[in-house]
Every structure is written in C-alpha cells, then in structure tokens.
Design a protein around this ligand. Structure first.
Ligand code: ZN
Length: 161
C-alpha cells in the first residue's frame, strides 16, 4: 500500500499524525497545561476515544486534533491529496465518526471534554481556554494523594519570585 504524495519530512509528520500520539500540537498543549500547573494523565485507554490529556480530579479531558485527520471545517482540514482522495475521505470520515462517538460516550459517563484544533494553536489564547475549561489550579476537589504528588514535583519555569 503506497501513498507517496508527501515529501519524506512531511511523511514522517503524517505518520506521527496517523498514529495519533505525540503529535506536535499535542505536545504543545501538554507543555502548556503543565506550565499552567495542571496535573494530567495521557491517553487513558479505559476512556472513550483514549483522550490525549486526562484530568482525573476535574473529570475533564482534552483532545488535540489534527485538522486534516479529524476533518476540521477549516482550510487545512479541506486540503486533501487528489490522487488518493477516496482513501483519505474514508479514513477521515471514520475518524470523525469515532470522535463524535467518543464525545457522546464521555459525556454519558460524566466527563467534560474540550477539543482543541491544530489550526487554532497558532492564533488563539490556549492558556485562557484551557484555564476557563479546567478551572484554576488547586481549587477543585483533588484528593490528598494527588495534591501530595503534585507538590513533590517542581514546576519548571514557575519559580517564586
Ligand atoms: Zn482546523
């Protein structure tokens, strides 16, 4: 099976996106959430859709979606290689269906979900959006154990001055 419509560099980025893990936008959001002081788990497979970031104490999850693979309604999401258009269309349609199903399932289990899109990373105040979605750090019902854990770890770049 060959879909060589990408340059080697592009291809490795695409392959990372295919796997859906540790993509650049996702790492960007992860770093941001960490810098904001939130504690989270990654890719919890016991949850619908295996959300990218899971905040157990807040019963909240964040998905970071690549526009192309998850069929975002934006310019990047509309860009499809012509040679294998049917192949990508099917794949993207399946991803979208899976995303919608995961969101509904999460909601029915009492989880709140936020979806952040790759294209938004450049132009939006993600720190503000993440903060508004999760609430301030330290103000939700974290267990004592979780609080203890978070206090042990130093937060890079957050020195008290
Ligand atoms: Zn987009």
């Amino acid at each position: 099976m060959s879909h060589d419509v990408f340059t080697p560099d592009k291809r490795s980025a695409v392959m990372a996106a295919v796997k859906g893990k540790n993509t650049k936008p996702e790492i960007q959001v992860r770093k941001l959430a960490h810098a904001l002081g939130y504690r989270f788990r990654l890719h919890r497979r016991d949850l619908p859709g295996s959300p990218d970031l899971v905040f157990p104490g807040r019963r909240a999850v964040i998905f970071v979606h690549g526009c192309f693979w998850h069929g975002h309604d934006c310019r990047r999401g509309a860009r499809a290689p012509k040679t294998t258009a049917a192949y990508w269309r099917d794949k993207i349609a399946r991803n979208k269906a899976r995303d919608a199903h995961a969101l509904a399932a999460l909601e029915s289990q009492g989880w709140r979900a936020l979806t952040l899109w790759e294209c938004e990373l450049k132009r939006e105040d993600f720190a503000g959006r993440i903060g508004a979605f999760l609430g301030r750090t330290g103000e939700t019902a974290l267990s004592k154990r979780q609080v203890g854990l978070s206090q042990k770890k130093p937060r890079p770049g957050r020195t008290a001055r």
